[in-house]
Design a binder for this molecule. Structure first.
Ligand code: FAD
Length: 470
């Protein structure tokens, strides 16, 4: 079994490290930030500072793929999230039976297990602390790499921390999140850097958390993510009777920057008939928490059939990160963690080139399709918002876009279309896989053909701008 060094103890980092340690590897994870408080979910929420994770205070929702991986691979982590008050809910079964049809075998797959970010991450951290074969060292920032330049191909064989410690291992796993400095660390060590595909996804987030007085969460009258004209609403149930609400805008849409103000934010949220009732709770923050510059990025460590360096791989956001409003980050990252665990099982590390190629191929076939789907959706959504602001119709020449929007509209009329849409949304079954069913495709196109004519239940653009600037 291998000695593995992980850089970063975020949610995916810890999840991956636990998967590897439980497979018999000797795993050390180095994390720059402070540990979680040792007490309750409440304390994690109020006191834990995570300076290196910009989105730490923003609403998160964990999709069914994460729940499925936790239930099957890390059941004690699932229990720990629930012990902290985490919420198990099945978004499909919450939809009235007249729309979703009667329950079908397999509908249980859609169950999600979710909590606020500090709450679920502290639950992950607590289980990681007690995991045999896993040593999480906090307050340890990796500053440089140890490299074997005498090898046939430059190979990373360890790391050095800011505190001057040197650790050596068979594999270094970059778990450093969307701001990982790995390309710079490789360049500083004189090694080639991974190829990076970067889109400034250009969304801006304006979020707040709420809590109810009786531990309940509001009833959903629509999907957790809804495009409502030039804004998108997110309504995300969480632990202990809390939930997160977000308004997502195109970051270039300066007319809506006023949403930073809590009164304006509330006025706009109240004007959205399908989600206004989610305001019926006590805010957990005084202000609106914002984030922008959240790009889509994927890094490839194999170029023209050869690894750029061996002994190092990237998992989670450090490897691929996409538009967070879809809530896919932890799910895709945990999926990637299982891919790493399985590649170590099948290819081993005796031949590092062979391992690098095998992990690359598995990443391309498992992770990339989810990333590509998200990136394509982001590009369309940004262009659609731009067109709406300019008062023009958005009609790209892209059959996949038309099909996806038609399927969305058909979902309220056809239980099969509904399940195909939700299954992809929850990172369970890719949409193109479901759409291989010719009958489903035909129903989606027929029932959803008039998706452009559906009313948008939101204020007009002029009304929205007036509320955001008043
Ligand atoms: C606004 C926003 C909302 C989101 N909402 C959702 C959601 O609803 N659902 C969802 O599934 N995903 C969501 N995501 C994505 C999710 O947050 C990420 O996918 C997830 O955090 C990735 O986990 P990770 O462990 O790969 O990286 P991170 O959580 O970013 O952790 C990386 C860790 O590496 C550490 N680190 C970095 N460099 C070093 C170094 N040199 N030395 C030591 N430590 C280092 C950092 O301190 C950090 O702790 C959202 C993202 C954003 C931006």
């Amino acid at each position: 079994m291998a000695r593995i060094i992980g850089i970063g103890a975020g949610a995916v980092g810890l999840g991956t490290a636990m998967l590897l340690a439980r497979d018999g590897h000797d795993v050390v994870v180095l994390e720059r930030d402070a540990p979680p408080p040792s007490a309750s979910a409440d304390e994690a929420w109020t006191t834990w500072q995570r300076r290196s994770v910009n989105q730490f205070r923003l609403p998160h929702f964990l999709l069914a793929r994460t729940r499925k991986i936790l239930d099957t691979e890390l059941p004690d982590v699932a229990r720990a999230v629930e012990d902290e008050g985490g919420l198990r809910m099945n978004p499909l079964l919450q939809i009235p039976e007249e729309i979703r049809g009667s329950e079908r075998p397999g509908d249980g797959e859609f169950e999600c297990l979710t909590a606020r970010r500090p709450v679920f991450e502290s639950a992950f951290a607590r289980v990681a602390e007690g995991t045999d074969g896993l040593d999480v060292r906090r307050g340890a920032a990796v500053e440089s790499l140890v490299v074997d330049t005498a090898a046939a191909r430059p190979t990373v064989i360890g790391v050095r921390t800011a505190e001057g410690d040197e650790l050596r291992g068979d594999l270094v796993v970059d778990l450093g999140g969307r701001r990982s400095a790995m390309p710079k660390l490789l360049a500083d060590a004189g090694l080639p850097t991974p190829v990076e595909e970067l889109d400034d996804s250009g969304f801006m987030y304006f979020g707040r958390h709420f809590v109810s007085s009786d531990g309940s969460v509001p009833f959903a009258l629509g999907p957790g993510i809804m495009h409502l004209g030039t804004i998108t609403s997110l309504t995300l149930p969480a632990d202990n009777g809390t939930w997160g609400l977000v308004i997502v805008t195109n970051a270039k849409d300066r007319a809506l920057l006023g949403l930073r103000d809590p009164d304006r934010w509330e006025t706009v949220f109240k004007s959205l008939p399908l989600v206004a009732h989610w305001l019926d709770g006590t805010p957990l923050e005084d202000g609106v928490v914002t984030i922008s510059k959240i790009e889509d990025r994927i890094r490839t460590y194999v170029v023209d059939g050869a690894p750029v360096a061996t002994g190092v791989v990237a998992v989670g956001d450090a490897g691929a990160c996409s538009n967070p409003s879809q809530g896919r980050g932890v799910s895709i990252g945990m999926l990637h963690g299982t891919v790493l665990r399985d590649t170590l099982r099948s290819a081993g590390l005796d031949d590092k080139d062979e391992f690098a190629l095998a992990f690359h191929e598995a990443t391309e076939s498992t992770v990339r399709p989810w990333f590509e789907w998200t990136r394509s959706g982001d590009r369309h959504r940004l262009a659609e918002v731009d067109a709406m602001i300019d008062g023009k119709p958005y009609k790209p020449d892209d059959p996949a876009f038309e099909m996806e929007r038609a399927l969305g509209a058909a979902a309220t009329l056809d239980p099969g279309c509904l399940r195909a849409g939700i299954s992809a949304t929850l990172v369970l079954t890719p949409l193109d896989e479901s759409l291989r069913d010719a009958g489903l495709r035909a129903r989606a196109l027929e029932l959803g053909a008039s998706w452009r004519d559906q009313p948008v239940l939101a204020p007009s653009r002029d009304e929205l701008v007036a509320m955001a600037t008043a």
